[in-house]
Ligand binder design. Structure first.
Ligand SMILES: Cc1cc2nc3c(=O)[nH]c(=O)nc-3n(C[C@H](O)[C@H](O)[C@H](O)COP(=O)(O)OP(=O)(O)OC[C@H]3O[C@@H](n4cnc5c(N)ncnc54)[C@H](O)[C@@H]3O)c2cc1C
Length: 409
């Protein structure tokens, strides 16, 4: 039996297990998927938890529910990857050989990288919403908070879903208005970027949205430390910002096993060919999702589009044929803007988000780079699509490659 091993059973690993099981004959190929956690988290849903609009139960399901028949699933911590020996070693010492390897270990937040961040105010006045623990602790805090300085800070790029912190700030505007205390909450969005987003045109439009919602924006801010005693953040230029509640998006890194195995760059992301999704260093290793260093958003939509390409190219590699598919970096993100509205962006490595309609020219029904109610419904519908279509590796009626249909230059 030939062996395909998949590391990580989050978005990317689960989609790939479903796709590859359909394509590889079960009498010739054994597929094994490994994860340390039995629970699958719908991470985009973390956004709604601090505001009490989703609870933990709304974003979790057992990982097993999404695996196809005929694969081995192992719940264990991966200790080391030995690509020179085509072998994985688990925490308990079990060694698993492979012919082909897919790495889908994602990214993790590392608040310890910023001095003072994970200190005595952690989960008291300082929270993240990128983990279930952070999002639920913040929900408890908000329930009784009577207002003050709310600071949303991105420590460093890259981060997962670069629009999520913006969504958080805009959603907070609507939430505190509904509670009748918006006038007591001063919201400040503090980013290391020169604007609200990574792409210049989108940045301008999203920046205007922040302004309309009376959210202050501080750009080019590279946090150096958090002073817990005086409740303020300080950047490398000495600029200080006071907070009563700090919502941090901490430094992101690849999983520790990537670093320990000598497979990562400075932040533990794996050097990956941005078009073929093959590891730059090992021909029988492929990488999908947040674990890679490809220059597009770390987002579930990217993982979904990339999975089509990886499926194609892995079959080519197995059959000893040249690769036939090329990933264009396609990303598609609904942006919750609060008060029942949302925006949408669709872009790739070469084309930045443009205005227009999506997916059909003229009719949409979704609007690109504009605030609409329909986009908000798209964001809410995405959870159903994620559990029922995306994770199971089923086809979606959206092109894998970004198209210019409906976009206005
Ligand atoms: C707050 C928030 C909002 C978001 N909003 C959106 C959105 O609106 N749209 C969108 O498209 N994306 C969004 N995302 C991003 C999206 O959830 C991720 O990009 C996507 O899940 C990445 O998939 P992945 O397979 O690369 O990693 P993951 O789904 O994170 O899976 C990685 C898996 O690897 C496992 N693993 C890691 N290391 C080990 C080890 N050593 N041993 C065993 N197992 C290991 C982990 O347990 C995990 O299950 C959001 C994310 C967050 C946090």
């Amino acid at each position: 039996m030939k062996k395909l091993v998949i590391l990580g059973a989050g978005t990317g690993g689960t989609i790939m297990a479903n796709k590859m099981r359909k394509s590889l004959p079960a009498d010739k190929w054994e597929i094994t998927i490994i994860d340390k956690d039995k629970t699958h988290y719908y991470q985009p849903g973390f956004l709604f938890i601090p505001f009490g609009h989703y609870s933990k139960e709304d974003v979790i399901k057992p990982k097993n529910d999404f695996f196809p028949n005929g694969i081995n699933s192992i719940y264990a911590n991966i200790k080391i990857i030995e690509p020179e020996n085509n072998k994985i070693v688990l925490e308990d010492g079990t060694a698993l050989p492979y012919d082909y390897l897919i790495i889908a270990t994602g990214t993790r937040i590392v608040p310890e990288e910023t001095p003072g961040l994970k200190n005595k105010l952690w989960f008291k006045n300082i929270f993240d919403f990128y983990t279930i623990e952070g999002a639920t602790a913040l929900a408890n805090f908000f329930k009784t908070w009577e207002g003050g300085e709310l600071v949303v800070n991105i420590a460093e790029m890259p981060i997962k879903c670069p629009v999520a912190p913006l969504e958080f700030a805009m959603y907070a505007d609507g939430y505190f208005s509904d509670r009748g205390i918006r006038h007591k909450v001063n919201i400040t969005y503090v980013t290391p970027l020169p604007g609200a987003f990574t792409k210049p045109k989108t940045s301008k439009i999203l920046g205007q949205l922040l302004e309309e919602k009376n959210i202050n924006i501080v750009t080019d801010y590279n946090i150096m430390e958090v002073n817990n005693h005086e409740k303020k953040i300080i950047d490398y230029a000495g600029k200080e910002i006071n907070f009563d509640c700090l919502v941090t998006i901490p430094v992101h890194m690849g999983d520790e096993v990537i670093e320990k195995s000598g497979l990562g760059d400075d932040l533990g992301f794996i050097p990956t060919d941005k078009h073929t999704l093959q590891s730059k260093n090992y021909k029988n290793v492929f990488v999908i999702g947040d674990a890679s260093n490809i220059p597009t958003s770390k987002a579930g939509s990217v993982v979904h589009f990339a999975a089509e390409i990886l499926h194609n190219n892995l079959i080519c590699a197995i059959e000893n044929r040249p690769f036939t598919a090329s990933f264009d970096g396609h990303s598609n993100c609904y942006i919750e803007t609060g008060r029942g509205k949302g925006a949408l962006i669709d872009f790739n490595y070469d084309t930045e988000p443009l205005p227009g309609s999506f997916p059909f020219p003229g009719i949409g029904p979704f609007g690109l780079l504009k605030e609409t109610r329909m986009n908000h419904y798209g964001k809410l519908l995405f959870r159903w699509i994620y559990w029922h279509i995306l994770l199971k590796g089923k086809e979606m009626p959206i092109s894998t490659q970004m198209t210019m249909a409906g976009k206005k230059l």
